[in-house]
Design a protein around this ligand. Structure first.
Ligand code: PMP
Length: 439
């Protein structure tokens, strides 16, 4: 087992000063048996190094934004240049127009765009805009989809489509949770029931069109089409949370993804973005139909602002990242390596008699320890968290870094090489073998 004494020391120190020792709960190792998370120091390409000098192959990829690998020279140069020109002006810049134009070209349902600082802000504001536009207050969301940490979307399922939500976090008032209805993903009948029950009160139906938060889960054929149709019939807006999915699977959004042939039938009114579009710096964005976006201040009555919004460093990194992703063949290459990895993991797990369900979507996949398909949150919950925790630690000790949660995906980058994949396959095979031996 590799030495991580400096991480352990720093974690003890961090606990003295930073609540829980981490600046996002997802970084803690609570879900994988506790202890010190790894403190990273430096990254380059598909690798990063911790404070003890250990090297890891990165499949966490910062929960999604790092799609071109760490310290990609084109992005680094863009950030350096932005820093040299001054980090913030509080005025518009030409750069913002360029990124907005790139997003609009790739995501045709966005007539108008607004930049914010995080995915949370983007989602939060789409809800406000939808409420302003429809003059209604409730939203419907899907169980297990994560939409950031604003009050409204930190609400868990009630016991059925006609039941209002209960707060998922302390500090979210019941009155706010009562504005949210949660239904199962891939379940149009439940959505219809909820719309029938609450229709005139529903401002929007919010969905991750391709789910990234309880594994990678594709909508079943017809799900998005049905969702859009039913939502419109109820007079509500469709909001796509594409904070993870945009630019992850191809150069564009779910709406333009080849898996969905009828683009018109799945067009959202509003889209929330984040992660990749900032090239690894803080960013969020939302956009949509012109009439709907006309609600936003200074044009309309829905207020949203931001001191840091559209800051030149984030915008420059975002433009540079999208430029890298426009290089022909990058998604195909990531996909080819991911197929190689996912297939080998599956074979190896099968060989050692360890149930594993892999959902792969182009250059990313989830690997759930279970012997049933994972198409919704309930099925993702019904997987073996202890086996995952053991696998996670065995992989980490062989220099393979995954997200410390059984719900998170593995992400590849344009920087991963076949050598990385081969090393990872060997590590996984060793891990499954050890797990088998311990049974
Ligand atoms: N929406 C989705 C689909 C996400 O995955 C996330 C973050 N994991 C968010 C919103 C929130 O984004 P942020 O962490 O940038 O606030």
């Amino acid at each position: 087992s590799i030495q991580r004494s400096r991480s352990e020391m720093l974690y003890a120190e961090a606990l003295e000063h930073i609540v829980g020792g981490v600046n996002s709960p997802s970084r803690s190792f609570k879900a994988v048996g506790g202890g010190a998370p790894v403190f990273m120091k430096r990254g380059s390409g598909a690798h990063f190094w911790d404070v003890d000098g250990n090297r890891y192959i990165d499949y966490l990829c910062a929960y999604g934004p790092i799609i071109t690998g760490h310290a990609h020279p084109h992005i680094t140069a863009a950030i350096v240049q932005a820093a040299e020109n001054g980090t913030l002006y509080g005025t518009p810049t030409e750069l913002e127009i360029e990124l907005a134009r790139k997003l609009k070209t790739a995501i045709p349902s966005m007539d108008k765009v607004r930049f914010v600082n995080s995915g949370t802000e983007a989602v939060m504001t789409t809800i406000r805009v939808a409420r302003a536009y429809t003059k209604r207050s409730k939203i419907i969301k899907f169980a297990g989809c994560y939409h950031g940490h604003s009050d409204l979307v930190l609400v868990a399922a009630g016991s059925g489509p006609s039941t209002l939500g209960i707060p998922d976090s302390a500090g979210v008032p019941k009155s706010i949770a009562s504005e949210v209805i949660t239904v199962p993903f891939n379940d149009l009948a439940s959505l219809q029931q909820a719309l029938d029950h609450w229709g005139k009160d529903i401002a929007a139906v919010m969905v991750e069109p391709i789910v990234g938060n309880f594994g990678m889960v594709m909508p079943e054929p017809g799900f998005l089409e049905g969702l859009c149709k039913m939502t419109r019939e109820a007079g509500a807006l469709v909001i796509y949370d594409e904070v993870i999915s945009a630019f992850r699977f191809h150069y564009g959004s779910a709406q333009t993804y080849a898996a969905f042939p009828d683009k018109q039938a799945i067009e959202p009114d509003l889209t929330a973005l984040g992660k990749i579009i900032g090239g690894g710096l803080p960013i969020g964005a939302y956009g949509g139909r012109k009439e709907v976006m006309a609600q936003v201040a200074p044009l309309g009555p829905a207020y949203q602002a931001g001191t840091m919004a559209g800051n030149p460093a984030s915008i420059s990194a975002g433009i540079a990242c999208l430029e890298v992703l426009q290089t022909p063949g990058v998604y195909e290459r990531m996909e080819a390596l991911t197929i190689q990895l996912a297939d080998a993991l599956q074979q190896s797990a099968n060989h050692y008699g360890i149930p594993l369900t892999i959902n792969r979507i182009r250059g990313s996949f989830s690997a759930h320890f279970c012997d049933h398909p994972v198409t919704n949150y309930e099925e993702a919950q019904d997987t073996d968290g202890e086996q995952f925790a053991q696998f996670f630690r065995l992989m980490l000790d062989q220099g393979i870094c995954l997200a410390p949660s059984k719900y998170e995906a593995w992400f590849l980058t344009t920087a991963h090489t076949e050598q990385d994949i081969i090393e990872t396959i060997t590590a996984a095979d060793n891990s499954f073998k050890t797990m088998r031996a311990g049974q």
